[in-house]
Design a protein around this ligand. Structure first.
Ligand code: GLN
Length: 467
């Protein structure tokens, strides 16, 4: 099949489903077809030749809108490609659209987007998770096989879990952050969604690796991730932090994750008990560090340099105030205020500096745990997809959705969410594996083992294969 006809189908499907799911903020028909035509005219062995990729709208794509789900960047077109994007393009992939997201990646439900909520393909009355909900829904609904998201505290894994697809957050520094609009720089990563672990492995291999444009990208060789996918799990030690399987965890999620872990045991893995004594501070630490960094990163949106500018201001300060007042939504303002507070001179030691110390303890927990096991298994999210609006008036309840995911970001280590079952209401449940730095091959291999054991997975009701 020609790349043009394949991409045509992807674009048609995206356009057909978007009124239902709202997963795309822009669908790049013209540029994608133009590129498809070029690809058809060359003989190519490029690793991602003709692969359609949907990209979260906080990753810069030259010439197309990169809004971060915010009014303040509503009319901003990026003038360069993020490194991950230029690497995708050189490998023959096509960007078919930019996906909806929580504003500036702040949220766990996609409800903070300035451009309307994304709906979960499994139940359009429910959230897809966030903040990369558009990218998760685009894969879950079958429009694309792979998409890029971003992670600061779980924004790939949590929506992957709620939408029933695979989602990988790599080691900090694995993928260049050049061109990823910063939320909290010490926690941010680009992550990958896929219908299968193989899809993720192929994309990860292309976009990973040192980039001179991002000094925090690591100079660590990029392995052949696909080659790692048929390793036996015999003798692998899976650590289970039982203390985290208690209060607040939906019993159906507990049961499903528990039986998935049993399956690995049946494949020959050894299950060991581990402890992560500081995990319970993860949310508090995360919401101090993330808001602190966000308050400083978002200072650049002042009406002068990018995007939206309020009209009719009489003088400069008023222009700043009005631009930010009108341009940012409520959650972003809340985070900027929290961040400014924890960094203020009177409270710096009590909050920010304390949080940095506890972050070191959270990291140390993992170092200790990985002396006893190879990977750690937990649920990805304490619950299945919740109803639209259910938590939007209760920020704390929303923040608690991230309880299992934030600590991998605090520690800078990789983690993956694996769709491991459905609840009685037919909503997806996710199993999370957290690994040591650079253990992406191990995580992808574990995911592949589950995929191979469950070849006929149920599809969501909103899916392009269904009429
Ligand atoms: N839900 C978390 C937050 O709101 C994580 C977001 C993310 O990973 N970008 O901050």
């Amino acid at each position: 099949m020609s790349v043009v006809s394949k991409i045509q189908t992807v674009l048609d499907n995206a356009e057909r489903l978007n009124p239902i799911l709202n997963s795309f903020l822009s669908i790049e028909r013209e540029s994608a077809l133009m590129r498809a035509n070029e690809l058809d005219s060359v003989e190519s062995t490029a690793p991602l030749h003709g692969v359609a990729v949907a990209v979260k709208d906080n990753i810069c794509t030259q010439g197309t809108r990169t809004s971060c789900g915010s009014r303040i960047l509503g009319n901003y077109a990026a003038h360069y490609d993020a490194t991950a994007i230029s690497r995708l393009r050189s490998a023959g992939a096509l960007i078919v659209g930019k996906t909806n997201m929580d504003e500036f990646a702040m949220g766990s439900s996609n409800e903070t987007s300035a451009f309307g909520t994304v709906k979960n393909p499994w139940d359009t009355g429910r959230v897809p998770g966030g903040s990369s909900g558009g990218s998760a829904a685009a894969v879950a609904s079958g429009v694309v096989d792979v998409s890029l998201g971003s992670e600061t505290g779980g924004s790939v894994r949590q929506p992957a879990s709620l939408c029933g697809v695979y989602g990988l957050k790599p080691t900090y520094g694995r993928i260049s952050r050049y061109g990823l609009v910063a939320f909290a720089s010490s926690l941010d990563n680009i992550g990958v969604f896929g219908r299968t672990p193989t899809d993720i492995a192929n994309v990860l291999g292309v976009i990973s690796g040192r980039d001179p444009l991002d000094s925090t990208s690591a100079d660590v060789p990029v392995p052949d991730y696909s080659a790692a996918l048929d390793t036996s799990v015999k003798g692998m030690r899976i650590g289970v932090p039982r203390a985290l399987f208690g209060e607040g965890l939906d019993p159906e999620v507990r049961a499903s994750v528990g039986s998935a872990i049993e399956e690995y045991a049946a494949m020959g893995a050894e299950i060991v008990d581990v402890e992560l004594p500081h995990a319970k501070y993860g949310i508090a630490v995360y919401y101090i560090i993330a808001t602190a960094e966000a308050s400083s990163n978002l200072a650049r949106f002042d009406g002068v340099r990018y995007g939206f500018r309020a009209e009719d201001a009489r003088e400069l300060r008023q222009m700043y105030f009005r631009t930010r007042e009108e341009g940012f939504g409520a959650e972003v303002k809340r985070r900027i205020m929290l961040g400014t507070y924890v960094l203020s001179s009177g409270y710096y030691d009590a909050y920010y500096s304390k949080a940095q110390k506890v972050r070191a303890l959270v990291k140390r927990d993992y170092v200790n745990a990985f002396t006893q096991c190879d990977v750690i298994a937990t649920p990805t999210s304490p619950s299945v997809a919740f109803r639209l609006g259910e938590r939007s008036d209760d920020p704390l309840a929303m923040y608690l959705s991230d309880i299992y995911t934030v600590s991998a970001n605090l520690a800078g280590i990789p983690a993956i969410s694996i769709p491991c079952g459905l609840s009685t209401e037919r909503l997806p449940i996710g199993l999370q594996f957290i690994g040591n730095a650079w253990s992406e091959p191990v995580l992808l291999n574990l995911a592949q083992k589950f995929e191979a054991a469950h070849p006929d997975k149920e599809k969501p009701p909103v899916h392009v294969d269904l009429t």
